[in-house]
Design a protein around this ligand. Structure first.
Ligand code: GTP
Length: 325
């Protein structure tokens, strides 16, 4: 029996992993390949899963924690559930603050090693923000280290969001990436739109040996005297609910208040004329009409977000919207 190829999709918060996953699922369906997905979200709620559930029926979700830290023990169980469905290929989308090595390591667990193999670690790079990570996260060396490892261990680097940067910035990013990982192929894209043929054509010759190819120093978290190499350091997430329609201005004003502590926010929000998927990466906000019918919510992911303060401010924002709607 040939082993099932596993693609690990890595990259910092908001870099374009889900956009790539959607393209990969479309390509699988075009090729009549059944695809299973293991999704991991730091928060308790799963915004991306809503849009993906129409594209794959084989989805396992690990919420409220990071697959490479406190959820690591559950990876094997989730993978076994997916394997039982006999997919042709499995995609694992990591949280933006996960270290892909840890997941690669999980695939070598006895229960999985003879059934799956790591085909590729693909790391998405947010072209707009990558060059500011060092200064943005200067107080959090662990986070800087994680973003570096995501680049260093990648088999394929996709510099995404190139519509938001100049040609000279693209060249600068390319040079930085080459320094950190000289063997990976580098693609430039918008909305994670790359030529997927080479990725799939290679799958015609299934491999029979596990290939957990980690570049650089071998990493063994057991050597850290029992201290697991956590990737998400001081990152936390907060889920906020809202019952009445609000406005984009109120939400965006609320989001701005948390400045650089807020790295990512997403959720389904009802505005006057229907429900929207709101996506916020660093300072940029996108609103997209959605057919979501569940209860509206927003998830905030950031560095040491002050839950009490945020919930209080949210209360004021929601009340204001409620009063004016
Ligand atoms: N301008 C622009 N926006 C993009 C591009 N790619 C993705 N986005 C937007 O960036 C936001 C985040 O994209 P996702 O694909 O959800 O990123 P992600 O890495 O899965 O995000 P998380 O896993 O939630 O951290 C969404 O609003 C996308 O529509 C791009 O190339 N250009």
């Amino acid at each position: 029996m040939s082993k099932i190829p596993v693609f690990v999709l890595s990259g910092f918060l908001g870099s374009g992993k889900t956009s790539l996953l959607e393209r990969l699922l479309q390509e699988c369906s075009r090729r009549n390949l059944s695809a299973a997905v293991l999704m991991n979200e730091i928060g308790k709620t799963d915004t991306d899963g809503e849009s993906l559930s129409s594209k794959s029926k084989m989805i396992e979700k690990l919420l409220d924690g990071c697959i490479c830290c406190n959820k690591k023990s559950e990876v094997v169980q989730s993978m076994e559930k997916l394997i039982a469905l006999k997919p042709d290929v499995i995609f694992i989308e990591l949280t933006g603050v996960a270290n892909p090595e840890e997941v690669a390591d999980s695939l070598t667990e006895p229960a999985l090693i003879n059934i799956v193999y790591l085909e590729k670690v693909i790391t998405l790079i947010d072209a707009e923000h990558i060059l500011s990570y060092n200064s943005l996260f200067e107080s959090d060396r662990e986070l800087v280290q994680t973003t570096r490892r995501q680049i260093e261990v990648a088999d394929l680097l996709i510099v995404n969001k190139t519509d938001l940067v100049s040609e000279s910035k693209k060249q600068k990013i390319y040079k930085v990436l080459l320094k950190q990982n000289s063997t990976s192929r580098v693609f430039f894209s918008t909305y994670s739109n790359i030529d997927l043929h080479p990725l799939f054509n290679q799958l015609k010759t299934p491999k029979h040996t596990i290939k957990v190819r980690i570049k650089g120093e071998p990493h063994d978290h057991h050597k850290h005297h029992g201290h697991h190499n956590h990737s998400y350091s001081r990152i936390n997430s907060i889920t906020l609910k809202l019952s009445s329609p609000t406005s984009t201005t109120d939400i965006e004003t609320f989001l701005k208040k948390w400045k650089s502590n807020l790295l990512r926010a997403k959720g389904y929000i009802s505005l006057g004329d229907g429900t929207y998927l709101m996506q916020h990466v660093m300072k940029r906000v996108n609103w997209e009409r959605s057919s979501y019918t569940g209860d509206p919510y927003v998830v905030l992911i950031g560095i040491e977000l002050n839950e009490e303060k945020i919930k209080k401010e949210w209360g004021r924002t929601v009340q204001k919207s409620g009063a004016s709607s």
